[in-house]
Ligand binder design. Structure first.
Ligand code: FES
Length: 151
C-alpha cells in the first residue's frame, strides 16, 4: 500500500495534517456523517486517504456559502460502493455555479450601494442600503411595520 493509495489508512493526526483541519473539526464532520472512519482494535480512528477529498469538498463548499446540511445532501449523492472519481466530484461542484453567480451579483449590488455611502457615514435607517440592506418591510413604506396595532 502506498501513501497515494486511496484505500490507505491514516491516523486522525496524520489525516488532519494532510487535510489542513483540526482533529476536532474531523470529529465534528464525522458526527454529522460528512466523513467516515473505521476503528482499530484499540478503538482509534483510521481514515481512508480518499476521505481527504471529502474534507476538501466540505471546506470549498463552505467558502461558496453552502450550509453543512447542503454539503451533506451533496455528499450523499456520491457513489457508496466505489471511490468517487473526477466526474462524480465535478457533478457536485457544477451545482455551485448558480450560487457563485448569485453571490457575485449581490456583491456587485453592494459595491454600487457603497459608492453612494463613501464619505457619508450616516448609516441612516431610512435611506442607507448598507445599514438596512435586507429590509424587505421597508419596501412597504417608511417607519415601523410590525408595531402594535391600535384597535
Ligand atoms: S452611509 Fe449614508 S447612505 Fe449609507
Amino acid at each position: 500500500m502506498t501513501t497515494h493509495d486511496p484505500g490507505a489508512m491514516l491516523s486522525i493526526g496524520d489525516f488532519a495534517a494532510r487535510a489542513g483541519v483540526t482533529t476536532s473539526a474531523l470529529r465534528y464532520y464525522e458526527s454529522l456523517d460528512l466523513i467516515r472512519s473505521v476503528r482499530t482494535a484499540g478503538n482509534q480512528r483510521r481514515y481512508r486517504r480518499a476521505e481527504l477529498r471529502r474534507v476538501a469538498f466540505i471546506r470549498a463548499a463552505q467558502t461558496v456559502g453552502l450550509s453543512l446540511d447542503e454539503i451533506k445532501a451533496a455528499l450523499d449523492r456520491l457513489p457508496e460502493r466505489r471511490v468517487p472519481d473526477r466526474a462524480d466530484w465535478q457533478r457536485l461542484s457544477a451545482d455551485w455555479r448558480r450560487r457563485i453567480e448569485d453571490r457575485i451579483a449581490r456583491l456587485r449590488d453592494l459595491q454600487e450601494d457603497l459608492d453612494g455611502c463613501i464619505g457619508c457615514g450616516c448609516l441612516s435607517i431610512d435611506r442607507c442600503a448598507i445599514y438596512n440592506r435586507e429590509d424587505a418591510l421597508g419596501e412597504e413604506g417608511a417607519g415601523p411595520r410590525l408595531g402594535f396595532q391600535t384597535p
